[in-house]
Design a protein around this ligand. Structure first.
Ligand SMILES: [Cu+2]
Length: 624
């Protein structure tokens, strides 16, 4: 085995070697399954010391026969188990959903006499047309639910092989399935509504109409090839350099991002998201933590040239494992390419007559994943002017229910009798910043006008109000669009030629944080989403915004716990955690498949450079 960079994703050989270590230690007796398996990254000190740290893998194991769950770390370097933690799932949370849970839940649900009777009463005797959807259970207090490893199951009707099941929800009925006892332990059958009939099969000509023929081809060509270089997982372009990582749980990660040999980010990823639905009645429990409960990276798409990415593309494969711990390669999971992005800067001068124009370009590192009905693309952009942007593209199919004739206060009717409930998609970005070094601090910057007064007789004054966030308790912040609120990440060690500390500014999008009541069971579990910004002191064990074990976690884990000690964050090695994402009031236009909705954030150099760093970009052609 050749020796990988400490931050390279685990390889197929490494997964197998780690599996052998666990098997030899007796940890993999039947029916133990891998709910997660990935690289246990070395701590920052070890990586920056430049030595080869211990190469470790981490596995979440669950015995599907007993529910016993353990969190295991193995050393590949020393060929041994480093630690095994046995969980107390009702207190710690359950392991993520297994691939095989989907098939198992379908069989279990369809075998249950009470559920079958409820379906028969609705007119469904042929269960081959029924598609069951296992939904993570959350934690709502009743011990008869919360002490079990369980999912709640909704169902849909798929009338033919090609039909879109999401168009035909069976509402009012759910099966609660115990995944250890392999049985339905409760059926909730609260009301009946007609199953919506209209087809949502967007690839059926009868639904979509004939394909339009009026779009002429667009070809992207780079006759001399792209301007970036990719060496293993090391990527460089126009002064930017970084390493690419990938994990079954959080998907794409970026490491050691620097610009002109100056560090900006030690690590960046989107390690959690929650999609809470706002219907308080029958399906009040519907909220997905796609990353911690379902593992977004594991469901990454294999991308295709000309379909998903245009131009001169470099791909990286991703290696994840199945629940037997056997490696599985997702070909072309990560797409790297360069895009023209319109005007970079431009001016026609009225005095000297100079007319200049330069083209902006960006380096794109992206992947797409499908989790149930939704598809998410995660796109990191790096621009010539030092800007970093994350854009999430949400597409796919709305989660549906039935729309009653007398209306539904929490949903939009998107097809006759078909409802899509209002919901949020709240992502958490973990930004382990290193702006010109590890010692950083955060300032909140608001802008406001001043009232008329002796120093401002005409009332036109505009000022910045800068507040240094010095402790974790003070750095739980919300966006404020009315004040143009931004957060400035400053180096406490390096200054620019104006004597001001070099910095990058985080520009958030304005939008609500978690709308669930602060006293709700959901708010306890999605505490990270209650604020748009958290700042913590770096701790290598603090990786997951909703805690390590998200599935059925009773609450309080993750960022609320990380910040309970109220550490000093001024001039320290700090991590920013940024919550962002849309509150989605579905539109008819989002049905039957949703045009991409975008959200994200931007990081811009602010006094990081001495002036516009792109004056040296050449005009695009001689005549420009
Ligand atoms: Cu949505």
């Amino acid at each position: 085995m050749s020796s990988p960079h400490p931050l390279d994703p685990a390889s197929a050989e490494e997964y197998l070697a780690g599996r052998d270590v666990m098997a030899a230690a007796g940890l993999l007796a039947e029916p133990v399954r891998f709910a997660y398996y990935g690289l246990e990254e070395p701590a920052k000190d070890e990586v920056l010391a430049g030595e080869a740290p211990d190469r470790r893998l981490r596995a979440y194991l669950v015995n599907t026969g007993t529910g016993e769950s353990s969190d295991v770390v193995v050393s590949l370097t020393h060929q041994k188990v480093v630690s095994t933690r046995t969980l107390d799932p009702p207190a710690d949370g359950q392991m993520p959903i297994l691939d095989s849970d989907f098939a198992r839940v379908d069989e279990i649900t369809k075998a249950d006499p009470d559920w079958r009777a409820a379906m028969a009463r609705r007119g469904y005797h042929d269960l081959s047309q029924v598609r069951t959807c296992p939904i993570t259970a959350g934690a709502f207090g009743p011990p008869e639910d919360d002490r079990r490893r369980m999912v709640r199951v909704l169902s849909f009707i798929q009338e033919g092989e090609h039909d879109l099941a999401w168009a035909h929800p069976v509402d009012g009925l759910a099966a609660y399935v115990d995944l250890v006892e392999n049985k339905v332990f409760k059926v909730t059958d609260e009301f009946e509504l007609p199953v919506p009939a209209e087809s949502g099969d967007y690839d059926d000509e009868a639904v979509r109409g004939p394909h339009r023929t009026t779009l002429k081809p667009i070809e992207i060509t780079q006759p001399e090839g792209p301007s970036f270089t990719l060496d293993g997982y090391a990527l460089s372009w126009q002064g930017w350099s970084m390493r690419i990582g990938f994990d079954a749980r959080e998907g794409l990660s970026l490491h050691q991002v620097s610009l002109q040999d100056r560090p900006v980010l030690y690590r960046a990823s989107i390690p959690e998201m929650v999609v809470p639905y706002g219907d308080p009645k029958f399906r009040h429990w519907q909220a997905y933590f796609d990353t911690g409960e379902y593992l977004v990276g594991k469901w990454a798409n294999a991308l295709e040239l000309g379909c998903d990415c245009l131009g001169e593309i470099a791909y990286l494969d991703a290696t994840v494992t199945d629940e037997g711990g056997q490696p599985r390669t997702i070909p072309n999971a990560i797409c790297i390419h360069e895009e023209d992005f319109g005007i970079l800067w431009k001016h026609t001068d009225i005095f000297n007559g100079s007319a200049q124009s330069r083209r902006q370009r960006r380096l794109v590192v992206s992947y797409f994943t499908t989790v149930g009905n939704y598809d998410y693309g995660f796109y990191w952009y790096f621009y010539l002017d030092g800007t970093i942007e994350l854009e999430v593209k949400a597409t796919g199919v709305l989660f549906t229910s039935a729309y009653p004739q007398d209306g539904h206060p929490y949903a939009t009717e998107v097809a006759p009798g078909l409802a899509a409930v209002i919901h949020q998609h709240l992502f958490s970005a973990r930004l382990d910043v290193s702006v010109d070094g590890r010692a950083n601090a955060v300032e909140e910057v608001d802008v406001s006008g001043l009232p008329i007064g002796p120093d401002n007789p005409y009332g036109n004054a505009i000022v910045q109000q800068v507040t240094r966030l010095t402790r974790e308790s003070q750095a739980r912040r919300r966006t404020d669009g009315s004040r143009g609120r931004t957060w400035r990440i400053i180096s406490t060690e390096r200054s620019n030629r104006f004597g001001r500390q070099t910095s990058y500014t985080l520009y958030p999008e304005a939008g609500p944080a978690l709308l669930a009541d602060p006293d709700s069971p959901l708010a306890a579990r999605a505490g990270f989403a209650a604020n748009h910004l958290w700042v913590t002191r770096y701790n290598p064990d603090q990786r997951w915004p909703a805690g390590d074990y998200v599935n059925q976690n009773p609450g309080g884990a993750g960022l609320p716990a990380f910040t309970a000690g109220d550490r000093d964050i001024d001039g320290e090695d700090i991590v920013l955690w940024h919550t962002f994402g849309p509150t989605h009031v579905p539109r008819p236009e989002d049905w039957p498949v949703m045009p991409v909705a975008r959200c994200g954030f931007v990081l811009k150099p602010t006094g990081f450079f001495e002036r516009n760093p792109t004056l040296d970009v050449a005009p695009p052609a001689d005549h420009c």
